[in-house]
Design a protein around this ligand. Structure first.
Ligand SMILES: Cc1cc2nc3c(=O)[nH]c(=O)nc-3n(C[C@H](O)[C@H](O)[C@H](O)COP(=O)(O)OP(=O)(O)OC[C@H]3O[C@@H](n4cnc5c(N)ncnc54)[C@H](O)[C@@H]3O)c2cc1C
Length: 381
């Protein structure tokens, strides 16, 4: 077993950290406070850094990153601006989807996303997101077209994405009756609304309404009625990117908090020299390292083509939980400053708390792990 990053991975980590600290971190609190959307110049920096081409096909300038490499990028981006991870992981998903897209759709959408246009992925519906196999949005075949009707909600980049990859029922009940479609967001019949959330302002969460949205038959992604299995296979790895970005944010807060506590004098000595404080910091460091290892183990299994569903679920629920606990501890150890909006800890906590639900709540992941350790016949689902 090898627990060390390769020389190339260390280079990726250092260069992305350097970029993110210089270009993304200074704007992190600005986007949250103003509610403004990213400027074209800001997006261009992400494009120029190659972060939207990590796993695209070679002919579109793909960088050939492994999943572990991509995890490193997500962790480093999370240190600076947790929200930007979504843009990067969506581009990774597009790379995974590419071979399932009609060649004309590949030609149209891959360069656009690689050049900084936004895309959305829409599974969740108002009646529930955790049970993603039982959606009610419908797609009906009409000659050379599909016609979509239904509603999706809590969708990242609603209102700013140019294309949405959406699940809809094309067959019988359950996960084996679903297909995926590529829908340009300016298609007639598609409308959106945004809602306010406590964090991740850039995420632009909102609802998408499909009212007789008519798209060419070639816009089906992958095979009819195989959409759910296909989607779960191609984005299962995302359950590691989500916690890694939270771990990155928590690690950054921990480092800032340690710097502060070394300087802060409490009754004649550094705050960090009080044993209770030092132990809390040591516990935070231990938890983050253990959570990080779970994520990279699962991604390394994915790179080797091995099963990684239980490992990814462990990484998702526990990694997000640990990161949020560390962020809360950091806020507390910074005293009243930690709770103030001048410091980024409270925003990081607000941003990362949402990740408890995103990509499945912990109960779903505990169910997946239980199925793995108990066997399907003795597990809840
Ligand atoms: C920041 C953010 C970004 C998101 N972006 C997207 C996006 O881009 N696209 C998209 O499609 N969705 C997105 N989502 C939605 C997300 O995927 C859903 O929140 C998630 O799937 C859970 O669905 P739900 O919130 O409807 O909760 P529900 O499915 O209603 O579940 C509610 C609660 O019930 C419990 N529960 C659910 N299932 C089980 C079970 N099997 N066993 C035991 N208890 C259970 C859990 O406590 C859960 O929190 C995003 C969410 C957030 C917070």
């Amino acid at each position: 077993m090898d627990f060390a990053f390769s020389d190339n991975q260390i280079m990726i980590r250092d260069s992305v950290r350097d970029f993110a600290e210089k270009e993304l971190l200074p704007k992190y609190q600005y986007w949250d406070r103003t509610g403004e959307w990213l400027t074209p110049e800001y997006i261009q920096k992400i494009v120029d850094m190659g972060l939207l081409r990590l796993r695209l096909p070679e002919k579109y300038g793909g960088e050939g990153y492994s999943f572990v490499d991509c995890g490193i990028v997500c962790e480093e981006i999370g240190r600076a601006d947790h929200q930007i991870r979504y843009i990067i992981s969506n581009a990774i998903h597009l790379g995974e989807m590419a071979s399932s897209l009609h060649p004309e759709l590949q030609e149209e959408w891959i360069p656009r996303i690689a050049n900084g246009e936004m895309m959305s992925l829409a599974f969740t519906e108002p009646r529930g997101g955790a049970d993603a196999g039982n959606i009610v949005t419908r797609a009906k075949r009409d000659g050379d077209h599909w016609v979509l009707n239904g509603e999706k909600t809590s969708i990242t980049f609603t209102g700013v994405s140019k294309v949405v990859f959406v699940s809809a029922r094309t067959g019988g009940p359950g996960p084996r009756g679903l297909s995926f479609f590529c829908v340009p967001t300016d298609t007639p019949g598609l409308s959106t609304t945004n809602f306010e959330r406590m964090g991740q302002k850039l995420d632009r969460g909102g609802s998408m309404f499909f009212d007789n949205v008519r798209i060419p038959a070639r816009n089906m992604v992958g095979k009819e009625n195989e959409g759910f299995i296909w989607a779960m296979t191609i984005i299962g790895y995302n359950r590691n990117f989500v916690p890694l970005a939270c771990i990155g944010a928590a690690q950054k807060s921990l480092e800032e908090t340690m710097d502060y506590l070394k300087q802060r004098q409490i009754m004649g000595k550094s705050a960090s020299q009080w044993q209770g404080v030092a132990q809390e910091l040591a516990i935070c460091a231990t938890q983050l390292e253990a959570a990080r290892m779970l994520c990279y183990k699962a991604l390394s299994l994915k790179d080797k083509g091995l099963r990684h569903d239980a490992e990814s679920s462990m990484a998702k629920w526990w990694g997000v939980k640990v990161a949020n606990e560390v962020l809360y501890t950091c806020m507390r150890l910074n005293g009243h400053y930690g709770w103030a909006k001048d410091l980024p800890h409270e925003q990081r906590l607000r941003d990362c708390l949402g990740m408890e639900s995103a990509d499945g709540p912990r109960e779903v992941h505990l169910g997946i792990i239980a199925r793995d350790i108990l066997g399907r016949e003795y597990a809840p689902f």
